[in-house]
Design a binder for this molecule. Structure first.
Ligand SMILES: Cc1ncc(COP(=O)(O)O)c(C=O)c1O
Length: 368
């Protein structure tokens, strides 16, 4: 690495002067908690996605309220993939329901066949995360949900702006959730969103997100409520970031193209692609035939941080011992033993990307 080049981190948020000024302005307004900026952010996000939205304190709280709004309760089953962020399965436990973990496909997304094998008369919902920016097989899952009367929740936390047959992710399921955590495609520092075409579900989320929100129900103590609101400070960052999201995605797709073209393909399985799915590359996760820990260590010695994502997988965590599909986790195990996530974010310049590519080609060359 040239002495002028700095350490390349696995992830870095893209924050400009506009976000800094927006936070200062929101603080000066003294509208600190839920105020006018939250409303503007919700309106802008609804316009961007194409359906109505309610903001929340995080992606995890968004999913918790989505499950609650569709009526998931004690002993219900909710199907979730084994290879994903733990925040996809935890809110199912918050509702005293049981997550049923099923295997994924080699594109990192939940397998429709595995879902089908694990549906029972206790299955209430399926949570479908679009992993690393790549849409899951929504038509097939939607059809299965409609045929069996099961709710489909899209988890778009890693895929804001991704498209499936020209439709934005988040608009196909009965309800969808987003995260704006600092490592996501766009951030509000922390924060989330619930979207749905069903106004009743969104009213329910609005009512649940604040324990002092009494306007919507006659009996104020009818439901257990939470403190899951977004603040105006967070929303003011979210508004600016949303206006930059198109450029962020363009740059991520440019970097992905460089990786695809310049990394020596015979040693690497690149992320999936399909003409009817627009990938937004929140992560660029490759599979190699070599030990991922050793590959990451060698890259680290070149001042480049790469990561193994979502380890240990959910089926290896004791919290979910009673949640395992009997049909196994062969694909998840294969991913865990081969996947390496490379740095990809808008502030990486071309020189840095070329340095990552040269370094990885060299490291993988040494392993052969
Ligand atoms: C797929 C997925 N769902 C949910 C979450 C939870 O979001 P948050 O960190 O905003 O609670 C995350 C990320 O953290 C995620 O990657």
């Amino acid at each position: 690495m040239k002495s002028s080049q700095k350490t390349i981190y696995h992830n870095e948020p893209t924050i400009g002067q506009e976000e800094i000024e927006a936070v200062a302005a929101a603080l000066s307004n003294l509208e600190l908690t839920i105020g006018s900026k939250v409303e503007i952010f919700e309106r802008s996000f609804s316009k961007y996605i194409g359906i109505n939205s309610v903001s929340t304190s995080s992606g995890t709280s968004a999913l918790h309220m989505a499950l609650n709004a569709i009526g998931v309760s004690k002993d219900d089953h909710v199907i979730v993939p084994s290879y994903t962020c733990i925040a996809v399965a935890l809110p199912v436990l918050y509702q005293q329901a049981r997550p049923i973990l099923v295997d994924v496909k080699d594109d990192f997304n939940i397998s429709v066949d595995e879902i089908r094998k694990n549906i029972t008369d206790r299955t209430k919902a399926i949570v479908v995360p679009h992993m690393f920016g790549y849409p899951a097989d929504m038509n097939e899952i939607k059809k299965l949900c409609v045929d069996t009367g099961i709710y489909m929740i899209e988890d778009c936390s890693q895929s804001i702006g991704a498209e499936y047959h020209g439709k934005k992710v988040g608009t196909v399921g009965d309800i969808s959730i987003f995260s704006f955590y600092a490592t996501k495609l766009m951030t509000s520092i922390r924060g989330g969103m619930v979207c749905s075409k069903d106004p009743q579900l969104l009213d329910s989320v609005k009512e649940l997100r604040y324990h002092d929100q009494c306007r919507l129900s006659e009996d104020h103590d009818m439901r257990l409520k939470y403190s899951y609101m977004m603040s105006d400070i967070e929303a003011s960052v979210g508004i600016i970031q949303l206006s930059k999201l198109g450029d962020f995605i363009l740059r991520r797709r440019e970097i992905s193209k460089m990786y695809k073209e310049l990394l020596e393909g015979y040693k690497i399985e690149h992320p999936p692609e399909d003409s009817y799915k627009k990938h937004v590359f929140s992560r660029y996760v490759i599979k190699t035939p070599f030990n991922p820990v050793k590959v990451i260590d060698r890259m680290r010695s070149k001042d480049i941080f790469c990561e193994r994502m979502h380890i240990p997988p959910l089926h290896k965590r004791s919290l979910f011992n009673s949640s395992l599909s009997s049909t196994g986790f062969a694909q998840t195990d294969r991913i865990i033993n081969s996947a390496v996530s490379l740095p990809i974010y808008p502030t990486l310049d071309d020189d840095q990307v070329v340095y990552i590519i040269d370094s990885l080609n060299e490291v993988l060359g040494d392993f052969t």
